[in-house]
Design a protein around this ligand. Structure first.
Ligand SMILES: *[C@@H]1O[C@H](CO)[C@@H](O)[C@H](O)[C@H]1NC(C)=O
Ligand SMILES: *[C@@H]1O[C@H](CO)[C@@H](O)[C@H](O)[C@H]1NC(C)=O
Length: 375
């Protein structure tokens, strides 16, 4: 499973302190990218200037972990150069990251290879492994990728007290109760999905009185919404309030479709998911060439019931939109097209939630799997 071993980036409090801001905040983006052949992946800094998007700094000091993964704390210099402060091989290959605990000192890597690693990142110059936990084998033998636990992402609940992991291999939402002071955790009751659902990523939504969790499922290409109950015994319960395909409704998605990301808009009114390998749309590159595109699909959220309503199916700008993210005010969306080696920044209408025309696009090193506005 070498391809699952990735690199991911998180901006911790410490990293922000170490960072000067010589440019307007929203003009910089961080990207991680797999190599196309052998060798190291890279962390890239892209600068957006009007309609120009280009790589202005890069580091290959992450992604050297081979069969394992790799972790690097990078300092962003005034000249935007990336310098490794600390890090090293991870216990297994990470697929995602989350910052947790008081003061944003904890860092957790779900690994898609059975377990999770936690780190103390309070000092970026001395990032330290706290604990590795490997989840038990599935009770029955199942074909890949469900032959073992594969926690695919960790999301922190709105209270900061619980970490929730969609486990694609075990069809579970695993739930950890966090000790915010010690950065330790205890495992609590999991939620079980139907066999073959393949939960991959998730997003919380908190209304005034309710908390909902939306899970995008890679193997079944479903979005399932749950109302979340905080129990007295410090566990969570999940009651299904919504279920549709990633396109909304029940019509089957094209063969080969593989849902990837789910993200709540900054104003908490919309959810957007990315769906890979459909090639159901077209996108016209800046040079006029039309290329096949997968979709970014947006839904509005009914804050009372938690139900979703389809708003828009827009081109992601190419194939395999592994990741995308919103800027802080939601007026831009950046899309990382892993198979096309391209990153695109789109306009987004905050009121309607609709993604508009491209602002800028760039061909980047390797196969980009993650893109984040520096804000
Ligand atoms: C969700 O919807 C799908 C597709 O319409 C259906 O096959 C599946 O059984 C539903 N699952 C649940 C748990 O409601
Ligand atoms: C347009 O750009 C794409 C991506 O960089 C490239 O593959 C293609 O050859 C270009 N087409 C023309 C007509 O320049």
């Amino acid at each position: 499973m070498r391809t699952a071993h990735g690199i991911a980036v998180a901006l911790s409090a410490g990293f922000r302190l170490a960072t000067a801001a010589p440019f307007a905040e929203s003009s910089l983006l961080y990207v991680t990218s797999y190599p196309t052949g052998s060798g190291a992946g890279k962390v890239l800094t892209l600068k957006l200037d009007q309609t120009k998007l280009e790589t202005v700094a890069e580091s290959d000091s992450c992604g050297l972990g081979g069969e394992k993964g790799d972790l690097a704390a990078l300092k962003v210099g005034d000249d935007l150069s990336l310098t490794k402060l600390s890090g090293g091989p991870t216990v297994v290959g990470p697929v995602s990251t989350i910052v947790y605990g008081d003061g944003g000192r904890g860092w957790l890597l779900p690994t898609s290879e059975r377990g999770i690693d936690t780190y103390n990142i309070a000092d970026p110059a001395a990032v330290a492994l706290l604990k590795t936990q490997v989840f038990p084998a599935n009770a029955e033998v199942r074909p890949e990728p469900q032959n073992q636990a594969r926690p695919h992402q960790a999301v922190l609940d709105p209270t900061g007290e619980f970490l929730v992991f969609p486990d694609l291999g075990a069809d579970l939402l695993r739930v950890l109760k966090v000790d915010q002071a010690t950065l330790g955790y205890t495992e609590t009751k999991s939620h079980e999905f139907a066999r073959g659902t393949g939960p991959r990523h998730a997003a919380f939504f908190k209304s005034e009185s309710k908390t909902f969790l939306y899970v995008v499922c890679e193997l079944s290409n479903l979005i399932q919404g749950f109302s979340v109950t905080y129990n007295d015994d410090k566990s969570l319960s999940f009651t299904q309030v919504y279920n549709s395909t990633t396109h909304g409704g029940t019509d089957p998605v094209p063969a080969g479709t593989s849902a990837a990301e789910i993200t709540l808009s900054p104003d908490s009114k919309f959810l957007t998911v990315s769906s890979r390998n459909e090639k159901s749309l077209q996108y016209t590159l800046a040079n006029g060439t039309a290329v096949p595109s997968d979709p970014l699909i947006t839904f509005s959220i009914d804050a009372a019931s938690g139900a979703l309503a389809h708003v828009q199916t827009a081109p992601a700008g190419g194939v395999n939109p592994r990741h995308f993210s919103f800027n802080k005010d939601g007026s831009r969306v950046a899309s990382a097209l892993q198979s096309d080696g391209r990153v695109i920044v789109f306009e987004r209408d905050v009121a309607s939630g609709k993604i508009g025309k491209a602002v800028a696009e760039a061909n980047v090193f390797g196969m980009p799997n993650f893109v984040l506005f520096k804000e």
